[in-house]
Design a protein around this ligand. Structure first.
Ligand code: PLP
Ligand SMILES: N[C@@H](CCOP(=O)(O)O)C(=O)O
Length: 486
């Protein structure tokens, strides 16, 4: 399997090369040259598999340069009941991503897929635990080291730090928006005292942090000298690991390949739903992929109008689903590449326009940049948005009607999913975090605290270690250089 950059860079590297390389040298994102296809017979066989074996089957289609025995061992090391043990009553840890029916009426069915039972209580653990093991494996083979520079709005950071802490040859420099994560998220990251973990609280929003990561990755000389890698969904390996649970969700919710399901995905950086898009392009019978945003509704606007209009930092709201406070969704470029028939020259122009003019218009109206919005429907996309008031109402509704407490991001997903239910097509909502991470809003909605899985009881009281820094790539570069000695 070879990979191409969305912006047309000539080289076609292997999976292991892009695993360690992250962003393509031309500033684009990597995608497979062709999506591997999954046949009906394969899907039938996959119905019987454990999560680890399913992960191996999906991964082997992409990571063709890793010996299969090694890949299988990595999948089995990662996807264990012990790693994904933060289950709720009624869930079996061995299922890794258990499904629960929330409602079923008049042929309409709504199901929740739990993706947040891993070590940091968010869906990021699904991919990040694998990434940690893949990095360790690839670096040991090459005798190399890696300095990860990442951006987080709250969950990628902790998932990456928990997955990489103490790992030989790896340092993590994680940029987060200063004072904009929940108290739990902040404590989860900043209380880590491992010498290979560095937390930088950036005076700005998530998009500023991500811009710095991209600026560093685009400085090819610096990137090579300091051995810089990425853990964000910029990194293709992150996305491919997320593809697996779409297959799992489909197979667990259906009994035959004639059936279709839809997914609603709480969205910010477009990594999660991009994995759903890839699963669909591989032949998984997905009907709709529904993008659920919070008040930062750039993606909802695009999927309603064809106009992609990024917001500036000052126009990005700080909401009660803070992990989705994103106005410039990195992975959207991967979808636009497919939407434009893989025309990398146009992708390059459009994303240049995002930087210079704040967006682009594919609505087909006079003066627009193209008319491809008319094709969006062929890719199954739909969207909706949710506000703080919706979130509170949905958290209360879920407690009363379904008997479970959901986190604020999942509440956004449920609110939007219920607007897109279709008779005969099961709608799966992805649960992207556990409520304990956003206790402030749970208390506001329910007048009580969220349940806390064991081990996190007093996390906010632990001493914290972090450095506050302006949104300045040069300052971050200097910090990384100083702490790597490279
Ligand atoms: C809890 C939670 N929900 C939803 C999202 C949005 O996911 P994505 O950025 O992949 O669209 C994130 C951040 O990634 C998150 O942490
Ligand atoms: N919501 C994310 C933002 C980064 O997304 P990623 O999928 O690109 O890592 C977070 O919680 O950090």
């Amino acid at each position: 399997m070879q990979y191409v950059s969305t912006r047309g860079h000539a080289a076609t590297p292997s999976f292991s090369e892009i695993l360690l390389g992250g962003l393509a040298p031309d500033g684009g994102l990597y995608l497979p040259a062709q999506y591997p296809q999954v046949s009906g017979a394969e899907l039938d066989q996959w119905r019987k598999l454990s999560y680890a074996d399913l992960a191996f089957e999906v991964l082997r289609k992409f990571a063709t340069d890793i010996p299969e025995a090694d890949l299988k061992a990595l999948a089995h090391k990662t996807y264990t009941a012990d790693v994904y043990r933060n289950t709720r009553a009624g869930e079996h840890a061995a299922e890794i991503t258990p499904l629960r029916t929330l409602e079923e009426q008049g042929g309409k069915k709504l199901v929740l897929q739990s993706l947040s039972n891993g070590p940091t209580l968010a869906f990021k653990d699904m991919a990040m635990q694998l990434l940690g093991n893949l990095f360790e494996y690839a670096l040991a083979k090459q005798g190399a080291e890696l300095n990860i520079v990442g951006a987080t709005s709250g969950d990628t950071g902790s998932a990456a730090e928990y997955a990489m802490r103490g790992k030989k040859g790896i340092r993590v420099f994680m940029l987060s928006p200063h004072k904009k994560m929940s108290a739990f998220q902040t404590a989860q990251m900043f209380s880590l005292q491992d010498p290979n973990i560095f937390n930088l609280a950036i005076e700005g929003v998530f998009d500023d942090c991500q811009d710095i990561v991209k600026a560093i990755s685009n400085d090819l000389e610096y990137k090579a000298a300091k051995k810089i890698g990425t853990v964000n969904s910029i990194n293709w390996a992150r996305v491919v690991a997320q593809v697996v649970y779409y297959f799992r969700g489909y197979l667990a919710a259906t009994t035959s390949n004639e059936q279709k399901v839809s997914f609603t995905v709480p969205s910010g950086n477009f990594g999660n739903i991009c994995a759903g898009h890839i699963a669909r392009m591989m032949g998984l019978p997905i009907d709709k992929l529904v993008v659920a945003t919070n008040e930062n509704d750039v993606l909802d606007e695009f999927f309603r109008t064809g106009i992609y209009r990024v917001r500036k930092s000052a126009e990005t709201y700080h909401t009660s689903s803070p992990s989705m406070d994103i106005s410039k969704a990195s992975n959207f470029e991967r979808f636009v590449y497919d939407l434009l028939g893989r025309d990398s020259a146009r992708v390059k122009d459009l994303f240049h326009k995002v930087e210079t003019a704040g967006g682009f218009d594919l609505s087909g109206q006079a003066g627009s940049d193209g008319n491809e919005f008319t094709s969006v429907i062929q890719y199954g996309f739909a969207s909706g948005r949710s506000t703080h008031a919706d979130r509170l109402e949905t958290i209360r509704f879920a407690e009363k009607t379904y008997g479970i407490t959901v986190d604020t991001h999942t509440a956004d997903g449920i609110k939007v999913a219920r607007e897109h239910l279709t008779p005969g097509v099961t709608m799966i909502v992805l649960e992207t975090a556990l409520p304990a991470k956003f206790n402030e809003t749970i208390r506001e909605a329910l007048g009580r605290d969220a349940d806390r899985p064991a081990g996190f009881e007093n996390i906010e009281a632990l001493p914290q270690r972090f450095e506050v820094m302006p949104a300045d790539a040069a300052r971050v570069k200097a910090y990384v250089a100083q702490h790597t000695g490279l």
